[in-house]
Design a protein around this ligand. Structure first.
Ligand code: ZN
Length: 138
């Protein structure tokens, strides 16, 4: 375990039609956040998320269109290939209150979103290929 202290906290809103992952990634790159924590609540009109097939060692992606609550996005910022990278998981609820979700992928379209980004100070988290899992981990 590594220890960090909070450097800055950003609170903001995304606009209707924004791509959730692209907007968060653009923001952390603009602010050059190397290590951080992300949380989002809101609503979406399109959900794109993946799960990692452990046998194939690749992501399978699922797309759903509709009206969804974003119950939670929890993620972190680290460095991959020399650039800030966002890794986040998302939990949605549909109009029946049923939940689903997974690894947040590009394509998730925002209806409204309240965003919390915490920039941390300390040793940068750097992702490297892990041959045990096939993933790039820190
Ligand atoms: Zn993931």
């Amino acid at each position: 375990m590594k220890q960090y202290s909070v450097k800055k906290v950003f609170l903001g809103r995304l606009q209707k039609g924004d791509d959730l992952l692209k907007e968060i990634t653009a923001f952390v790159k603009e602010k050059n956040i190397e290590t951080g924590f992300i949380n989002v609540i809101g609503a979406a009109t399109k959900a794109v998320f993946g799960y990692y097939d452990m046998q194939k060692e690749e992501y399978e992606f699922i797309t759903r269109k509709g009206e969804f609550e974003i119950l939670n996005v929890s993620g972190n910022v680290s460095i991959k290939d020399g650039e800030p990278m966002v890794h986040a998981h998302i939990l949605f609820a549909d109009d029946k209150g049923n939940t689903f979700g997974g690894h947040l992928a590009e394509g998730t379209k925002i209806f409204a979103a309240e965003l919390y980004i915490q920039e941390l100070e300390g040793e940068a988290l750097v992702r490297e290929f892990d041959k045990e899992t096939g993933l790039t981990l820190w």
